[in-house]
Design a protein around this ligand. Structure first.
Ligand code: CXF
Ligand code: ZN
Length: 372
């Protein structure tokens, strides 16, 4: 049976998002229909709106959804009706990356997440009887209801029953990206120095994770002093303004060099300069969105001679089934206090929430879509 819902339609950057009536398709055996309680807003949603990513418009965005399962297809094993779930990106489950539990590098990432339809080309959503692009990151959660796939749904553990879903919604994107980069990809070692460039959601999550890993010092770099103050609350031992000789200050603080450079800015010149701060065996982890035309240049002798590494990292190398519950446990124990990043908005204030993110006023806006 199809389902009536309301969804925020994105028609590009010259038109505000508008909430309109849509219809969701019947479920396939491996899909779930979820009543959305809350959904985080991420810069990737805006990148699609601005046509910087190859997602067809108009489209229903939103990829940090959390909600309650209403119905499941016959083959679904991950959750049942009534369960509380969080959602993240989708993956195919049968490519060389999925085979080794590295789904962020799924060979079928585009058709699974960005094509606007299911990988088999069928729409999950209709408007006025015509297909509407949706299935964004296997969900499209800027809506009252979403169809998700069982590979991108994670049941909230019983230990987190007391945590509201509106708190957990953003865990499946920027938070896992920053934390996973530190804990899973770079495997930051206790006692080693790290510098994190950019203190948005990803950078802040990396700082909290660096504290969990026991890194020292943990240096935050940004041009926004308010963000730097928050970074210190979350675990940074030092915070330097990028407009105020941050590189010189890092050199002075850590003359032997950094064990880890973590870049969330995607700024080419910054990454190259930061790379020069690496100690032998240092790792430069890169997650920032960059200009597609940019190339990086490094000194080859220093690269090889010091065993230095440059690591592109997507989604924090996250394996959702294991890593999201792990992050929730860190949160419950007070080690991953990401609630300090969140600002809440009603669903009807979606355009205000986006503005708050873009102006830098709120690190992580979360839309409240229905009561839990
Ligand atoms: C994604 C990219 C793919 C893995 C999860 C995170 N970024 C979304 O904004
Ligand atoms: Zn995102």
């Amino acid at each position: 049976m199809t389902t009536q819902a309301q969804a925020a339609i994105c028609r590009g950057n010259s038109v505000p998002f508008s909430i309109e009536n849509v219809t969701l398709d019947d479920l396939r055996p491996d899909e779930l229909r979820i009543r959305i309680v809350a959904c985080g807003v991420c810069h990737t949603d805006m990148a699609v709106r601005d046509e910087q990513l190859p997602v067809p418009l108009p489209v229903v965005l939103g990829h940090e959804g959390a909600g309650i399962v209403e119905e499941v297809g016959s083959a679904v094993t991950v959750a049942k009706p009534g369960d509380r779930v969080v959602m993240s990106f989708n993956s195919c489950g049968h490519c060389p990356s999925c085979d080794v539990h590295a789904p962020t590098y799924c060979y079928n990432f585009f058709p699974e997440n960005w094509s606007g339809v299911r990988p088999d080309g069928t729409p999950t959503m209709f408007m006025d009887g015509k297909p509407m692009n949706a299935n964004f990151f296997g969900q499209s959660s800027f809506a009252t209801h979403a169809i998700a796939h069982q590979r991108n749904v994670v049941k909230v553990p019983e230990s987190a029953t007391a945590l509201p879903l509106e708190r957990l919604a953003p865990i499946g994107c920027g938070l896992m990206t920053g934390a996973g980069a530190v804990l899973r990809a770079m495997k930051v070692r206790a006692g080693m120095p790290i510098a994190v460039f950019g203190t948005g959601t990803v950078g802040m999550a990396a700082i909290m994770a660096a504290k969990i890993a026991g890194a020292n010092p943990i240096i935050a770099v940004d041009v926004n002093d308010e963000r730097l103050t928050l970074a210190k609350e979350l675990g940074a031992t030092h915070a330097f303004n990028g407009r105020d000789d941050a590189f010189g200050k890092i050199r002075e603080l850590v003359p032997q060099g950094l064990g880890y450079v973590f870049d969330t800015t995607g700024i080419n010149s910054l990454i190259q300069e930061a790379w020069n701060l690496l100690a032998p065996m240092g790792i430069c982890g890169i997650v920032g969105a960059s200009d597609p035309a940019d190339n990086l240049t490094f000194n080859e002798a220093a690269f090889m001679g010091g065993g230095r590494r440059v690591m592109g990292i997507l989604g924090g190398d996250s394996d959702l089934v294991t890593f999201l519950p792990e992050l929730i446990e860190h949160h419950l124990a007070g080690r991953f206090p990401f609630e300090k990043l969140i600002g809440y908005f009603d669903f009807s204030e979606i355009n205000e929430a986006i503005h708050a993110s873009e102006s830098g006023k709120v690190v992580k806006p979360v839309l409240r879509i229905s009561a839990e």
